[in-house]
Design a protein. Structure first.
Length: 418
């Protein structure tokens, strides 16, 4: 038996092997058919052998999604609608973690015109807006959270985690990267607070400690709770979280009782640095996508800035196989808890090399599942054939605009034989 086929304990749950589906957005939205959308994706993945599925980010409050395709889990009733889907995935042998989060200043109520017009209150922020992003928020009301509000948010995560356990989820992952609200607390680019939640790394990360305590109190100490650990890249001269800080944050997460960490290299801005690869061409070439973008951002300068962000990220962060290896290997050498690897992992050879080298405990693949729903079976069988995903990032704008989670590159479909 290879290490890939070996079970792994995470909190109170055992995952059958070391391959997981990393969180991506399925475009399920927040309607009555959301559970059916997830089930179509996840059951197929589970039937083909994936050990763990991390369901893409769901929002803890009604406002705060970064995309219309995201799901809200802001009530017990909404959470429990996923119970039949979870039963079906479990029957196929896989476990499911739910990624929880909030977009903070990058919530769609700040930039997506139809949702901005129905905004119920100001956009939540960890600190006053950095000068670098301030021009994009003209006319957008921003509220810097008070200490009491931060503590209440931690309690909210615990409450939602309890609902998740009741519904049948096997654990949660905190969406604390990719310039989302928790990352905005962690990052010195955003966090300029001078209270208990600002300043040193331990203070900036205090919100994670409070959330972990709330999850243990509300959902049970054995309910698996994992967290993303970001190291950032930023424009020259601007503050950001270093790799050394990410390693220290992972050590703190282990000390605070988290069951696993996912180290990731991200941008301080919500661009495609995490995804790596090409600048997506379909924001112009795909008529349906272009029209959705026009409706979401009627202002030409805003649309131009969104397109520029994709272009800039592609220039700065082209695709590179297993690009997070230096970071996740360093974290694995530091912490006693399981480490999730993710980022540019495409082949069975890469998966097995990460595990056999002792650089991580679970290996994740995300977007390629759009093009190959049966990818887990090929990886587990050691199939060395070229993968279908071309790293074109054409799926990323679709996620942003609330379109179905799918591969939008015809060349990838030709390669996979679909």
């Amino acid at each position: 038996m290879s290490l890939l086929d070996t079970p792994l304990r995470l909190g109170g749950v055992t995952v059958r092997n070391r391959l997981y589906r990393a969180p991506v957005l399925e475009g399920a939205g927040d309607g009555d058919d959301a559970a059916a959308t997830y089930q179509r994706h996840f059951v197929t993945n589970a039937e083909h052998g994936v050990g763990l599925i991390v369901q893409g980010s769901s929002c803890i409050w009604p406002e705060g999604r970064s995309s219309p395709g995201m799901t809200c889990v802001d009530s017990r009733e909404k959470m429990l609608r996923f119970a039949p889907m979870l039963d079906a995935v479990h029957a196929a042998g896989a476990k499911v973690f739910l990624q929880l989060g909030h977009a903070g200043i990058y919530a769609m109520e700040a930039w997506h015109e139809p949702y901005a017009s129905r905004r119920q209150g100001p956009i939540l922020a960890a600190s006053p807006l950095p000068w670098f992003v301030r021009p994009s928020f003209r006319g957008v009301p921003v509220h810097v959270m008070t200490g009491d509000e931060v503590r209440a948010m931690a309690g909210r995560y615990g409450e939602v985690a309890a609902w998740a356990r009741e519904a049948g989820y096997d654990g949660i992952q905190l969406g604390s990267a990719n310039a989302k609200l928790l990352d905005q607390f962690l990052s010195p680019f955003y966090n300029r607070r001078n209270d208990e939640f600002g300043g040193s790394l331990a203070n900036r990360a205090r919100v994670l400690r409070l959330i972990r305590e709330a999850v243990a109190e509300r959902a049970g100490a054995d309910f698996a709770c994992s967290v993303k650990v970001p190291a950032e890249v930023a424009p020259l001269g601007l503050p950001h979280s270093s790799q050394q800080e990410a390693i220290e944050l992972a050590r703190l997460a282990a000390e605070w009782g988290f069951d696993a960490v996912t180290p990731v290299i991200v941008s301080v801005l919500p661009d495609t640095t995490l995804a790596r690869g090409d600048a997506p061409t379909n924001l112009r070439a795909n008529k349906a996508m272009a029209e959705r973008l026009r409706r979401a951002a009627p202002n030409r300068s805003r649309r131009a800035s969104l397109r520029f962000g994709y272009w800039w990220a592609a220039r700065r962060a082209p695709f590179k196989p297993v690009w997070n290896r230096e970071l996740f290997a360093a974290v694995k050498a530091t912490v006693p808890i399981p480490v999730f690897a993710v980022g540019g992992i495409r082949t069975a050879e890469e998966v097995n090399d990460v595990l056999d080298s002792g650089h991580a405990d679970l290996v994740g693949i995300g977007r390629p599942f759009y093009a190959e729903p049966d990818l887990a079976a090929r990886i587990l069988a050691g199939d060395g054939a070229p993968r279908a995903c071309r790293n074109s990032n054409r799926c990323v704008p679709a996620q942003m605009l609330g379109m179905p989670g799918a591969c939008y590159n015809p060349a990838a479909h030709r390669r996979s034989g679909e």
